[in-house]
Unconditional design. Structure first.
Length: 276
């Protein structure tokens, strides 16, 4: 007798269980912060229910910097423990690194990340403002306190706030990413704004980056809802069409996560079924 299940009836593609190198989904947890930009909140009780349903679809979680700065440390520790219980790896995003650098507290912020129980920290493109010696020192400190690290490439304006909408070509992205990827970084994260600013060159540059590092070492960021409710879906479908439905994707909101594998199965899926 045929196995009667949702996956068999509706022809879902089987996604490899964690840990996996491809088909990764990374979510964004804002806690109770960042109003009015976001409507969905994530406390500890909601989190348990949410992860019981969806944890197999989630590989990493970005716990937002504002949440860390404005929430009691013990509460953050509890939240991190819940994620780890469900084998979802929490990370500190590039904003945490940027804020720490701005106040001259990178080393202590890395120590704090380890103390809180995070598993990863995300460094970002600084366009040579920070010397490589300092970046090496901070990467080694992160590893010493048990933090793996990612590298996220951003447009220049995201580091130099008064900069123009300047993009990076393939050679410049590789030049800035290589010191991280060749010295322990677990993933290159490509910011959604970089792709948008590159326009017609984006596809070729990103294909070259995929060939250089391998698709399994790259994660594609989608746009946050605060920049447009449907932008994330547009980004996701475009990435799937251009680079394949098995790519790693990040900046996914919790309410979006259960749609991701359906979209991997059918990138042209209509989210709202249409009746004739």
């Amino acid at each position: 007798m045929t196995d009667i299940s949702v996956k068999n009836i509706f022809k879902f593609r089987n996604i490899k269980d964690k840990p996996r190198r491809l088909n990764q989904n990374w979510i964004k947890d804002i806690g109770y912060d960042q109003a009015p930009h976001y409507s969905e909140k994530m406390g500890l009780h909601e989190l348990e229910d949410f992860l019981e349903v969806s944890s197999n679809d989630i590989d990493h979680v970005k716990i937002t910097t504002n949440q860390i700065l404005n929430t009691p440390e013990e509460w953050i520790k509890k939240k991190i423990k819940v994620y780890k219980k469900y084998k979802v790896q929490p990370y500190l995003d590039h904003t945490y690194f940027m804020k720490a650098y701005d106040i001259g507290e990178v080393e202590n912020s890395i120590l704090l990340g380890g103390k809180l129980g995070f598993e990863y920290i995300e460094f970002m493109s600084t366009y040579d403002e920070i010397q490589e010696d300092d970046l090496v020192k901070w990467r080694k400190l992160a590893e010493k306190v048990g933090l793996n690290f990612f590298y996220e490439h951003h447009p220049k304006k995201n580091w130099f706030r008064n900069s123009n909408d300047e993009t990076s070509d393939f050679d410049n992205i590789i030049r800035m990413a290589d010191p991280f990827l060749k010295n322990g970084a677990k993933m290159l994260v490509l910011d959604h704004e970089e792709f948008e600013l590159q326009n017609n060159l984006g596809k070729l540059n990103y294909e070259n980056i995929i060939e250089y590092y391998g698709k399994e070492n790259i994660c594609f960021e989608v746009t946050s809802p605060k920049e447009g409710n449907d932008r994330w879906l547009y980004d996701l479908k475009k990435y799937f069409k251009l680079f394949g439905t098995d790519i790693n994707v990040c900046n996914i909101m919790p309410s979006q996560i259960l749609l991701i594998n359906s979209l991997r199965n059918n990138p042209n899926l209509e989210i709202e079924p249409k009746r004739l």
